[in-house]
Ligand binder design. Structure first.
Ligand code: ATP
Ligand code: MG
Length: 416
């Protein structure tokens, strides 16, 4: 029988990498605290309808990428492909409308999309997500964009580009949609199959197509800016003014649209110059109509989601620091088999004092225990019957090869 492997597009995040993830999460948490966002833990599966109505029936995510199944009770369930719709559901369900607005939430966890796996693109991936729910002011968009930039600043990332655009609103977007269709019509036959399909259903998405043919065709597409209504235009100008005021370097990308239907007005994306083709480290924007799409009242909101895998890849490419890799301080070595019970007790006392310590459980020779100490720890603490009788421990600094004899109290105060 063959050994069972993990499903395609999933990855095991092992010890050599997971500490980097822990570091990135800790910085996410720090920034969230400083910006006044509260952490929430939401279910990783929801009613399929939440996404088909929230994200949009004609989006790639809902059409082709969702993990949907019927549960034993006959309900249609989907593994979440993103967190925003769940955030809004939670806001409505938990009556956060009665709290001070905007309600600022953040979360981190796995998302699921049935995509073609490649570097930086997986079927299960991790997102950090923030949402400011319940406010219309463009300065909230500013805060959200500033949050993402501050996050990347603290992680030490450079060579990033912030792209920003407005995707209008249901009042003005239909005009643009029409204009774009008119522009695309003569080229329709040359578009890729997905874009032919998008032409009627969701023509704005052709601007987001990554195929070279479609990119070339849409290169000179009309800009949405000329179609924006006064409200959307004012919103955009106010945001740009704010970004300018805080000295944020952003690029107005008139072709930027997002893969989710719920976006209105502001859309933004942050690209890393060190990632190749899966280069978006974060995407977000305003979604004033999501609440209504899932059965709630009008709740204007804005947020973003950042891909943790791509952040880690970029940090590695740029040689950013992940803090200190956790390692054992001490490896306790039994000089004779009869003191193993004492090594156990010493390990326990060290750990109780917050000193990371380990020992051998395989009954190995002192020589091979010393080898483990050299590989795994900063100090070897050797005990044998002689040390026990004297009430001391031989402490060897493995990198400097120096040695001293200490009592347990001295050892603890030295290493703590
Ligand atoms: P892309 O254009 O790369 O497909 P997207 O627009 O679909 O990205 P969003 O839905 O905005 O992505 O998700 C926000 C972020 O989550 C992305 O910027 C990216 O960092 C990350 N992300 C999205 N899909 C994946 C995936 N399949 N694997 C790893 N990270 C992903
Ligand atoms: Mg995508």
């Amino acid at each position: 029988m063959e050994v069972i492997k993990a499903p395609r597009g999933t990855r095991d995040i092992l010890g050599s990498e997971s500490w980097k993830w822990a570091y990135v999460s800790s910085i996410c948490r720090e920034v969230a605290d400083d910006f006044g966002y509260k952490e929430v833990h939401l279910p990783i599966f929801e009613h399929t309808e939440l996404f088909s109505r929230g994200v949009g029936e004609t989006t790639d995510i809902v059409e082709k990428e969702m993990y949907t199944f019927e549960d034993r009770g006959g309900r249609s369930i989907a593994l979440r492909p993103e967190m925003t719709a769940s955030m809004m559901r939670s806001y409505l369900e938990n009556e956060m409308r009665s709290a001070n607005q905007p309600v600022k939430l953040w979360g981190i966890g796995p998302m699921f999309r049935y995509e073609r796996p490649q570097k930086g693109r997986y079927r299960q991936f991790q997102q950090m997500d923030i949402e400011a729910i319940g406010a219309q002011d463009a300065f909230v968009d500013l805060e959200v964009i500033n949050f993402s930039m501050e996050l990347y600043r603290r992680l030490g990332l450079s060579n990033l580009q912030v792209l920003i655009n407005s995707v209008g609103c249901p009042k003005c977007r239909p005009n643009y949609r029409k204009k774009l269709q008119d522009f695309l019509k003569p080229e329709h036959d040359k578009l890729c199959d997905s874009c032919k399909n998008r032409f009627d259903r969701n023509p704005l998405r052709t601007l987001d197509c990554k195929r070279p043919v479609c990119k070339e065709i849409t290169a000179n597409a009309p800009s949405i800016m000329e179609c924006l209504c006064d409200e959307c235009k004012e919103h955009f100008d106010k945001l740009m003014l704010g970004l300018n005021r805080i000295g944020a370097v952003v690029k107005h990308d008139k072709r930027l649209v997002r893969g989710l239907d719920y976006y209105t007005k502001t859309a933004f994306e942050i690209l890393s110059g060190d990632l190749g083709s899966q280069n978006a480290v974060c995407g977000g924007g305003r979604y004033d109509n999501l609440s209504e799409a899932i059965g709630g009242p009008h709740v204007p909101s804005v947020g973003f989601a950042a891909g943790i895998e791509r952040i880690v890849l970029t940090m590695e490419a740029q040689g950013c620091s992940f803090g200190k890799e956790p390692s054992n301080k001490v490896y306790v070595v039994a000089a004779e088999p009869c003191v193993r019970i004492d090594t156990m007790d010493l390990v326990r006392k060290l750990r109780m004092n917050g000193i990371s310590a380990d020992m051998d459980y395989m009954d190995r020779s002192m020589k091979s225990q010393m080898k483990s100490a050299g590989n795994m720890a900063q100090y070897a603490c050797i005990i044998g019957s002689e040390e026990l009788a004297k009430g001391i421990i031989t402490v060897k600094n493995m990198s400097e090869s120096t040695q001293e004899e200490l009592t347990i109290e001295q050892l603890i105060s030295k290493l703590k």
